[in-house]
Design a protein around this ligand. Sequence first.
Ligand code: F6P
Length: 517
Amino acid sequence: MNFKQTKTWSQIQDYFQSIKDKNLIEFFDKKRLDYTTFDFNGIYFDFSKNYIDKKLIDLFVSLAEEIDLSRAIEEMFQGKKINFTENRAVLHTALRSQSATEIIVDNKNIIPLIHQTNKKIKRFTKKVIDGQWKGFTGKKITDIVNIGIGGSELGPKMIVRALKPYRNHLNIHYLSNIDPNQLDELSEKIDIETTLFIIVSKSFSTIETLTNAKSLQKIYHKNFIAKHFVTVSTQVEKAVEFGIAPENIFPMWDWVGGRFSLWSPAGISIPLAIGFDNFQKLLKGAYQIDEHFRKTKFKENIPFIASILSIIYNNLFEFETETYIPYTEKLKYLPDFLQQLLMESNGKSIDKQGDKVNYQTGQIVWGNIGTNAQHSFFQLLHQGTKKVPVHFIGELKNTYTSFSTQHLMLLSNMIAQAEALMKGEKNENHYKNFEGNRPSTTILFDEIKPEYLGSLIAYFEHITFLQGIFWDINSFDQFGVELGKKLAQKIYSETKEMNISNTHDPSTKFLMKKLME
Ligand code: F6P
């Protein structure tokens, strides 16, 4: 059942009519912060500058009851095949569980499998970090290249950057694009004697990843491949066929989606960069949010509150986009990660019954780091005709104590932007008037450390899942990426063979001819 089919939805719509023209500042009574702000083990969530109040939260709690949201949550955690279009369970939460002893998928308990794999990762990463893993000339490894794209890159890349203060001596690079420019740039940075390549591909069929991996494999004599290539995949046979030594293959499982896979061996560049113990802390932080999500009543459930805001903005206000602005260079890649997480998951228009939906689903997600964003697109956020809910994210601790004034200036900017968006400022000169009344959420970290970062990412994953339940869509497949891939193959072979078929439209033919000139 989608949200629109519930009895409560019409009550929500009615109530929405009575509050939608209210000024955000009018929501602030004495008790507002009690139910709109949360302190989660060193992460502070402030939802108060949004269009919610106690009554609307209560209504959404009723709606959640009507669609049996608690059951949907349990089904995910327990491994029901909720990715029904691919007949798969969705168990990224099992990868970080600190308490589960048994979760059965296809008659097999996956928990021992996870523990066993983690032990292998621990041994491997230690060997590389300690310098016991040697390249073909006997030298220690200095550089790691993660060859992977989408979920096999974005999460780990975001985390490895965010946890820079926890990094060891290894240089970590990410190679994703089929664009030879990226490969070219990379080759200038690495020494093949001391570089270890990790091919991360759940399907082991992603053209960008395999093409890059093949180009790099050619550099080495076949006897040396085992010293320089490891892989993470569900497709062990394909990896062996590709020339990877069986002992260098880390398993992946089809019950982990690519964009949810950073907790699995697909995230192996993370323990390589920060050590296995810190990787464990990341998992632990995610588990803490999982427990909160699973066990806390909806009124006080942080991912739940955040997810109802998506419904309010997407389906009541009908805003089209939302933006994420980290006020920390450490989280520079967070918007990229969230784009895949939210848009690949929820950019769907067929519901679980196979019918076309008659309401909006996935929001368009974008963003960039503050304060730079203030000097590019914030004009539109403050005075444009479109309203865009903003998510601010900042870190209270200043890692680089020598520049403490700058850190305070940075965070002052963040808080000021949220205030300016909400309050605006009257000016008789229309051009200089700020209407205000523009919603935002602020998330503050005490410090960006592995546990807290794990919690934050799991929080976003749960919002993604909840949106999918409200919208009654399968958040865990991604058939929408297939057609482009198929046509790219066709266009590639036809232009290579200088033989354009008649299946293409005139515009496509025109462009293909340009490639052949
Ligand atoms: O094309 C989209 C996609 O399938 C993503 O869902 C996935 O994260 C990415 O490609 C990479 O896939 P793989 O890990 O199988 O190479």
